[in-house]
Design a protein around this ligand. Structure first.
Ligand SMILES: [Zn+2]
Length: 178
């Protein structure tokens, strides 16, 4: 019997194999989290692959990276072997997937003149969907509380953490609007 998963809010069903096949080899973040793009709606979620279990949800920053599962599915026979130092080997039905986990990196996004995100609230950037956390926001040399409803202005600096390729992708989005 083929196990159908519906890890995305849109309800798009995938098999375990399809889900694993669709992950980029370096899609992993720290602690075994992956950024998974839904084949149905193209939205991204954070995916956690565990022994006998697959979860999707979102990550948030509260002193350290936390994961909140929105969807959890038992997958009998799913095996996970951590390997040196941040890589992950996943086995399911005699098939093997190897993922290279990228460490979470820090970056600094300085909002350039004319960027389409000027006037957008930090919360509305939805950076969490890309596994990116905002650590702090600086304006004219002073740090703003990121919990408040700050709308971005030119020259604001966002100090963020995330997976390298996602940081690059989001930076392009901030500068070009996509
Ligand atoms: Zn979807």
């Amino acid at each position: 019997m083929t196990l159908a998963l519906t890890p995305c809010r849109c309800g798009h069903a995938v098999t375990v194999e399809e889900l694993l096949n669709a992950l980029a080899p370096d899609a992993g973040g720290s602690s075994g989290f992956f950024i998974s793009i839904c084949a149905g709606c193209k939205e991204s979620t954070m995916l956690s692959i565990q022994q006998g279990k697959i979860e999707t949800g979102y990550t948030y920053w509260a002193g350290s990276m936390h994961f909140e599962a929105m969807y959890s599915q038992r997958v009998p026979g799913l095996g996970v072997e951590p390997s040196d130092p941040d890589d992950l080997t996943v086995k399911y039905k005699a098939k093997t997937w190897r993922f290279q986990n990228r460490r979470i990196q820090k970056a600094r996004f300085v909002i350039p003149p004319g960027a389409p995100v000027i006037g957008t609230r930090i919360a509305d950037l939805n950076l969490g969907q890309w596994g990116i956390s905002v650590i702090s926001c600086e304006r004219a040399g002073s740090e703003l509380a990121t919990g408040s409803d700050i709308s971005l202005q030119e020259s604001d600096a966002l100090n963020v953490e995330g997976v390298e390729r996602m940081l690059a992708r989001v930076w392009k989005r901030i500068v070009d609007g996509r």
